[in-house]
Structures are given as structure tokens and as C-alpha cells.
Design a protein around this ligand. Structure first.
Ligand code: NAP
Length: 268
């Protein structure tokens, strides 16, 4: 059955109005890790653009990564779209830097409404060639950093009985690829962690979303041949549904977003 245009535009006006009523006069404090490049950068810019579409949605973006220059470029782009943004140079693998990020945010803003656990690293090589340094480096960001940042942010949301935590895991969180032993191990771990904390989160109105992308063309891949680039997704393919999931009424939690190139996974 096709809905005619009038009915559809009424429905969309109702949904938009509902979002506005639920979020009226709220400044949204949003921390995005890995916001300097790739998917995290697209998420920051899409949140900023949403502030133009939704007059009552006022995102304040806290952009985190290890490279200050990248963050400042993204912050300028976000501000030009009408959002407020600040940068925080930090390595999420470092516990004292995580502490400073969370305590500084609370001192300045008194709240954290959304955490995007996006920062992640990947070293792709055959299992037999993985070194101890590769192992420590990957786990320090993907598992330890994600775990302890979430652990510090969660009580703030629990107390307020509202909040949203996104985890950018991967298709590799449930499908194994030959050269991704270490990466997959970390991503399967992230999925286990977020599913466990969702059991707490449900009882205090906190939404937990697992975003599972397949191949997205970002700096993580380095140079890729044109024929591969042609079939990969782009960061905005991930950021757009993520921002829409956040803007849904609080009663609704998008628990998983699975996004793949239409032709399927690379290296299948
Ligand atoms: P990317 O282009 O390499 O960007 C990663 C961002 O994370 C950069 O801004 C990087 O900045 C930051 N970062 C890395 N380690 C960090 C740390 N320890 N502390 C703070 N910031 C850190 O990667 P991407 O492709 O956008 O990937 C983003 C997330 O999506 C990752 O978790 C990745 O596993 C996941 N993912 C990617 C794909 C894909 O195909 N691209 C597919 C599925 C899932 P600095 O290096 O300056 O710190």
C-alpha cells in the first residue's frame, strides 16, 4: 500500500513536532571519540547539521582524538553549521586522560547526554605475524579505552535517568575475516561489553546502540584501489542513521544498526 503525499507529510510533521517537544530547550552535551577523521568526523558534522534542521536541538560537541590539528579543523566545520564545539586532545588508552575528559566535561557543562565510542584502531595481518606490541596497542584503544571511558560516563546518565551511548563496533564484531584476528577479537569484545551493560542501562532509561558497519572508505584503510573504493560505503552513510537514531523519542532505542556495502562484505 502506498501512502499519499499529504498523509506522509502530516506524519513527518507529527514526528518532527514530537522530537521538538521532547527535547525543547535542551543543550545536548555529546562526546565523540576519534572525531578527527573518518566516521567520527562525519558524526560530528552530521550532529552539527541537525542543529540547523531542528531549531530546538542544540548540540554541544566535545571532539576527542590524539591529533589536535584534525580536531580544530572539524570543530571549525561544526561551528560553521551552527553547533558549538570544543576540542579535547586525549588518548583514550590513557586512564588519566579519560579522567580529565570526563571530569572537565562535568565541571564545564554539568552533564553528558551522549557518548559516541568511535575511536578505534586496526592492524590487519595474518595471525602468525601479530606481535605483542600490535596486541597491546589494539586492545588498549578498542577494549580498555572504550571500557573505562564508558564506565566513567555511565553513572552520570544513570543518575539523570537519561542518555545514549553508541559503540561503533564493526561487522567484524560477529563475522571473522582471515587477516582480522586481533581486530575481530577486540570488536567481538566490544559487542560482548555493550550487550552486558545494556542489561543495566535498560533499567535507568539509558539507550545503548551497537553500530556495525562493513567497509567504509576512511583513513583507516590507507590507500585503496579505485575498484575497491567504488563499492565501499562513505562515512556519511554511517553518521546519518546514527544521528537519526539519537533524535528519536527517548522511549525508543535503536539497539543495532547493521550497515553493509550493497554488494556485501569485502574479502568475503
Ligand atoms: P580512522 O579514519 O582511522 O579514524 C579513527 C579516529 O580515531 C581518528 O580520529 C583517530 O585519531 C582516533 N583514535 C584512534 N585511536 C585513538 C585513541 N587511542 N584515542 C583517541 N582517539 C583515537 O577510522 P574509521 O574508519 O573512521 O573508524 C572509526 C571506528 O569505526 C573504529 O572503531 C573502527 O574500528 C570502526 N569501523 C570502521 C570501519 C571502516 O571500514 N572504516 C568499518 C567498521 C567499523 P588520532 O589517531 O589522531 O588519535
Amino acid at each position: 500500500m502506498y501512502l499519499d503525499q499529504e498523509v506522509m507529510s502530516c506524519m513527518s510533521m507529527r514526528i518532527t513536532k514530537e522530537i521538538r517537544i521532547l527535547r525543547k530547550d535542551m543543550k545536548h552535551i555529546i562526546i565523540i571519540t576519534g572525531a578527527g577523521k573518518g566516521i567520527g568526523k562525519a558524526v560530528a558534522i552530521d550532529f552539527a547539521k541537525a542543529s540547523k534542521r531542528e531549531p530546538d536541538f542544540e548540540p554541544h560537541l566535545i571532539l576527542v582524538s590524539r591529533t589536535l590539528g584534525d580536531l580544530e579543523t572539524v570543530a571549525t566545520q561544526c561551528r560553521s553549521c551552527g553547533a558549538t564545539a570544543e576540542v579535547f586532545q586525549a588518548d583514550i588508552a590513557n586512564m588519566s586522560q579519560i579522567d580529565q575528559l570526563v571530569s572537565g566535561t562535568l565541571e564545564r557543562h554539568g552533564a553528558i547526554d551522549c557518548l559516541i565510542n568511535n575511536a578505534g584502531v586496526g592492524r590487519f595481518k595474518p595471525f602468525t605475524e601479530v606481535t605483542e606490541e600490535d596486541y597491546e596497542y589494539t586492545m588498549a584503544t578498542n577494549l580498555k579505552g572504550t571500557f573505562f571511558l564508558t564506565q566513567k560516563v555511565f553513572p552520570v546518565m544513570e543518575k539523570k535517568r537519561s542518555g545514549h551511548i553508541f559503540f561503533i563496533t564493526s561487522i567484524a564484531a560477529e563475522t571473522a575475516f582471515k587477516s582480522s584476528s586481533l581486530y575481530s577479537m577486540s570488536k567481538f569484545g566490544q559487542k560482548g561489553f555493550l550487550e552486558a551493560i545494556r542489561l543495566y542501562a535498560k533499567s535507568c532509561n539509558v539507550r545503548i546502540t551497537n553500530v556495525m558497519p562493513g567497509a567504509v572508505h576512511t583513513p583507516m584503510w590507507g590507500e585503496v584501489p579505485d575498484e575497491m573504493k567504488a563499492v565501499m560505503m562513505i562515512p556519511e552513510d554511517i553518521s546519518s542513521p546514527l544521528v537519526n537514531a539519537y533524535l528519536l523519542p527517548q522511549r525508543t532505542s535503536v539497539e543495532e544498526l547493521v550497515l553493509r556495502p550493497v554488494s556485501g562484505d569485502l574479502n568475503e
